[in-house]
Design a protein around this ligand. Structure first.
Ligand SMILES: Cc1cc2nc3c(=O)[nH]c(=O)nc-3n(C[C@H](O)[C@H](O)[C@H](O)COP(=O)(O)OP(=O)(O)OC[C@H]3O[C@@H](n4cnc5c(N)ncnc54)[C@H](O)[C@@H]3O)c2cc1C
Length: 405
C-alpha cells in the first residue's frame, strides 16, 4: 500500500492542500497532523471579532467536524512531529510513532516572536498566534482595566481596536516612527495612527520599550527614556518567527523560511512547504518573498497539491491581505516596497480612499481603505503588470476600461 501524503501543520495552508488533493482526485492516504487540539480554524478573527466577543468559537472552524471522515482526510490533532527522516521517508512524532510518506508537505506556520526584554516571561504577558493564546488574552482582558501593546503592526492595532470595543484603556508602543511601518506606506500608517488616537488609544511611536515591569506578574512597561506606563495586561505583538526547525534539522534549504520553487517544492523534491513558513521567488516582484496571509496559505496549498498530482501550475501570486479595525476595512494588493510614485484616489478625510503605488510606471501595489472596487481593479492591473496612466487612475473605472480594451 502507498504511504500517500503527510501534511505537518493543520492550519489554513495544510487544510487547503489536503482539500485540494482530494478535489483533484488524489486517492492515496492523506494524513493531516497538527499539534493544536482544535480542528483547523481561521486565525484572522482571533484579533478581531473573536477577541471583541462578537464572533463565537464555533464560527472559527474552517470545516465541520464531519468533513474530514467524508473526504478521507486522516486528521490528527494534538500530535506534534519531532523529526523528519528523509532517508527512511517517514516523520517521527514526539511519542515516537513513525508515519511513512511518499510526499511530505510542511505547513508549520510560525510562532509569535517574543522579545528578549526583562520581564517578558512574567505572568500577564501575552502573545497572539493561536486560539489558546486568544482565549488566554480574552480571559485576562475580562479582569483588566488597561492593556499595553508592544508593536503597532496589524495584529497589535487590531487587538487595540477590539480592546477599545471592550472598554479597556489601551496604550500602543511602537519603535518605528509610524504604525504598520514594515508593510504600509507612510500616508496609510499615519492615517491609521490618527484613527486609533481618535478612538482613544494612546499610540506612542518612535518609542522603545526597555522592560516589562512587575515582581510576580506584569504591571506595566518601562520605556527607554525611563517613563513607566501602567497596564494590567501586556501584549507583545512583534511579528512571526517562521517554523523552520524541522526543515533545518532535516537539512532542507532555509533562509527566513523554507525555500521552495514555484511548485512549492523544497530542496528535496518529494517535500513541499506552504503558507507562512515558505519563501519563494516572485517573478512579479523579482525577488524572494515570504507571505503571511490567508490568501497565500490557501493558494500555495493548492499549488503543492497540483504538483503532487502531476499538474504544472506555477504559483506567482499578486499578494493580498486585509485588516479590519473599528469600522474600517483595509485591503492591500501587491507589495509597496520599491515604489517610486504614489497616486491617491478619494479623500482620506472622508474615510474611503485608495493609494496606488508605481515603480517605473508599473502599478505594483494598492492600499484601499473602505474602497473595495479600487482594490479589485488594482489586483487585475498588478497581475497584468499594467502601466495605467496615473492621472486616469484617479478614476478607476476609466483605467479599467482602458486596460480591458
Ligand atoms: C491574530 C491573527 C490575525 C490575522 N489576521 C489576518 C488577516 O486579517 N488577513 C490575512 O490574510 N491573514 C491574517 N493572519 C495571518 C493568517 O492567519 C496566516 O497567514 C495563516 O494562518 C497561515 O496559515 P499556515 O497554515 O501557513 O500557518 P498556521 O495557520 O499557523 O498553521 C500552522 C500549524 O502548524 C502547527 N505546527 C507547527 N509545527 C508543528 C509540528 N512540529 N507538528 C505538528 N504541528 C505543527 C501549528 O501549531 C499550527 O497549528 C492573521 C494571523 C493571526 C495570528
Amino acid at each position: 500500500m502507498t504511504a500517500g501524503t503527510v501534511i505537518i501543520g493543520a492550519g489554513q495552508a495544510g487544510l487547503s492542500a489536503a482539500e485540494a488533493l482530494r478535489k483533484r482526485g488524489y486517492d492515496a492516504p492523506v494524513t493531516l497532523i497538527g499539534d493544536e487540539l482544535a480542528p483547523p480554524y481561521q486565525r484572522p478573527p482571533l484579533s478581531k471579532g473573536y477577541l471583541s466577543r462578537e464572533l463565537p468559537a464555533d464560527r472559527l472552524w474552517l470545516k465541520p467536524e464531519s468533513y474530514y471522515a467524508g473526504a478521507a482526510i486522516d486528521l490528527r490533532p494534538g500530535v506534534r512531529i519531532a523529526r523528519i527522516d528523509r532517508a527512511a521517508r517517514c516523520v517521527v512524532t514526539t511519542q515516537g510513532e513513525l508515519i511513512a510518506f511518499d510526499h511530505l508537505i510542511l505547513a508549520t506556520g510560525g510562532a509569535a516572536r517574543r522579545l528578549p526584554l526583562p520581564g517578558a516571561d512574567l505572568p500577564g504577558v501575552h502573545v497572539l498566534r493561536s486560539l489558546a493564546h486568544a482565549d488566554a488574552l480574552s480571559d485576562a482582558l475580562a479582569q483588566a482595566r488597561s492593556l499595553a501593546i508592544i508593536g503597532a503592526g496589524y495584529i497589535g492595532l487590531e487587538v487595540a481596536a477590539s480592546a477599545r470595543k471592550r472598554g479597556l484603556e489601551v496604550t500602543v508602543l511602537e519603535a518605528a516612527d509610524r504604525p504598520m511601518s514594515r508593510t504600509a506606506s507612510p500616508l496609510l500608517g499615519g492615517w491609521f495612527g490618527a484613527l486609533h488616537r481618535g478612538y482613544g488609544v494612546d499610540l506612542q511611536v518612535s518609542t522603545g520599550v526597555a522592560a516589562i515591569t512587575g515582581s510576580h506578574r506584569a504591571d506595566g512597561v518601562r520605556l527607554m527614556d525611563g517613563e513607566r506606563i501602567e497596564a494590567d495586561v501586556v501584549l507583545i505583538a512583534a511579528g512571526l518567527t517562521p517554523g523552520v526547525e524541522l526543515a533545518e534539522d532535516a537539512g532542507l534549504a532555509c533562509a527566513d523560511g523554507i525555500l521552495v520553487d514555484a511548485h512549492a517544492r523544497t530542496s528535496d523534491p518529494g517535500i513541499y512547504a506552504i503558507g507562512d513558513v515558505a519563501r519563494f521567488d516572485s517573478a512579479l516582484y523579482g525577488r524572494s518573498i515570504r507571505l503571511e496571509s490567508v490568501q497565500n496559505a490557501i493558494e500555495q496549498g493548492r499549488a503543492a497539491a497540483a504538483a503532487i498530482c502531476g499538474a504544472r501550475a506555477p504559483y506567482d501570486p499578486v499578494p493580498w491581505f486585509w485588516s479590519d479595525q473599528y469600522a474600517i476595512k483595509l485591503q492591500i494588493a501587491g507589495l509597496i516596497d520599491g515604489a517610486d510614485r504614489m497616486v491617491r484616489r478619494g479623500d482620506p478625510e472622508e474615510g474611503a480612499f485608495a493609494l496606488f503605488h508605481f515603480r517605473n510606471d508599473v502599478l505594483i501595489a494598492c492600499e484601499a481603505v473602505n474602497a473595495a472596487p479600487e482594490f479589485m481593479a488594482a489586483q487585475r492591473l498588478i497581475a497584468a503588470r499594467a502601466r495605467p496612466d496615473p492621472d486616469r487612475l484617479r478614476d478607476v473605472t476609466v483605467a479599467m476600461r482602458a486596460f480591458l480594451s
